[in-house]
Write a protein that binds this ligand. Structure first.
Ligand code: HEM
Length: 215
């Protein structure tokens, strides 16, 4: 194993940054509460992997979406397990992001020079909420349909641009197959891309500024 790793290291130089990472000094008072952000990130990786697997069987069309989710749950090997893992991870992600935010508030880690990291973090929370909302429609059952009907109709109450926003989200005046495709595209492409960019900025700032100490 060691020889194989050395062969890879000679070509990719993986050891050096890893060593720098492990030897980075940490402030005093760092404890398990500082793992909450890492747990949220682990959940995002699980969501990505299970989402990739689900996309092999899910069909984002008005006619087939519901049946394809039933097939995943009842017929595909480990389908129910992968789907449940995806749903649980999505719910837990929101819980852990909120816990991580509370840790940041309690330790007052939002103060200078970390204000921008607070903003980047808050935006990831918004993206996580929208990912959950768009994912909720994908099973295309009654619960999903009516939740989206109610959720998107809230957009219509925004002063001035409400109607345009509603049409933009639904792809028309009603929740239809066009809405399903729009939500699918947001859920698997647009939102993960924005999330990746925000997390890159978030981690870059954590690396450059270092972790703040305790209270
Ligand atoms: C998917 C969402 C998020 C992930 C994966 C994530 C991940 C992380 C990680 C791994 C760290 C370093 C270790 C730690 O403090 O836990 C961190 C630090 C930080 N995060 Fe997040 N975070 C997320 C969302 C948020 C949110 C919603 C906020 C605030 C509204 C936020 C604000 C911060 C700040 C200010 C720091 C620096 C803390 C310090 O230096 O003590 N993050 N984040």
């Amino acid at each position: 194993m060691g020889r194989i790793f050395d062969w890879i290291d000679e070509r990719f130089r993986v050891k050096d940054p890893h060593r720098r990472f492990l030897q980075r000094p940490l402030p005093e008072g760092v404890n398990y509460l500082y793992c909450l952000g890492g747990v949220a990130f682990t959940l995002i990786i699980i969501l990505l992997l299970t989402g990739l697997l689900l996309s092999l069987y899910y069909v984002p069309s008005e006619k087939e979406a519901y049946q394809s989710v039933l097939r995943i749950t009842r017929e595909v090997r480990l389908g129910r397990f992968v789907r449940s893992l995806h749903r649980w991870s999505a719910n837990l992600l929101i819980v852990f992001i909120i816990l991580h935010t509370l840790r940041v508030i309690i330790h007052r880690a939002y103060r200078a020079p970390r204000e921008l990291n607070w903003v980047a973090g808050s935006l990831t929370l918004v993206v996580a909420f929208f990912s959950g909302f768009t994912g909720y429609l994908l099973p295309w059952d009654q619960k999903a349909y009516w939740a989206t009907e109610v959720g998107t109709s809230m957009a219509a109450t925004v002063p001035g641009i409400g109607r345009q926003l509603l049409y933009l989200l639904r792809g028309g005046p009603e929740v239809t197959g066009t809405t399903l495709i729009r939500f699918y595209s947001l859920h698997v492409l647009w939102l993960p891309l924005v999330m990746a960019l925000l997390l890159w900025a978030h981690f870059h700032m954590v690396k450059r500024q270092g972790i703040s100490g305790g209270l």
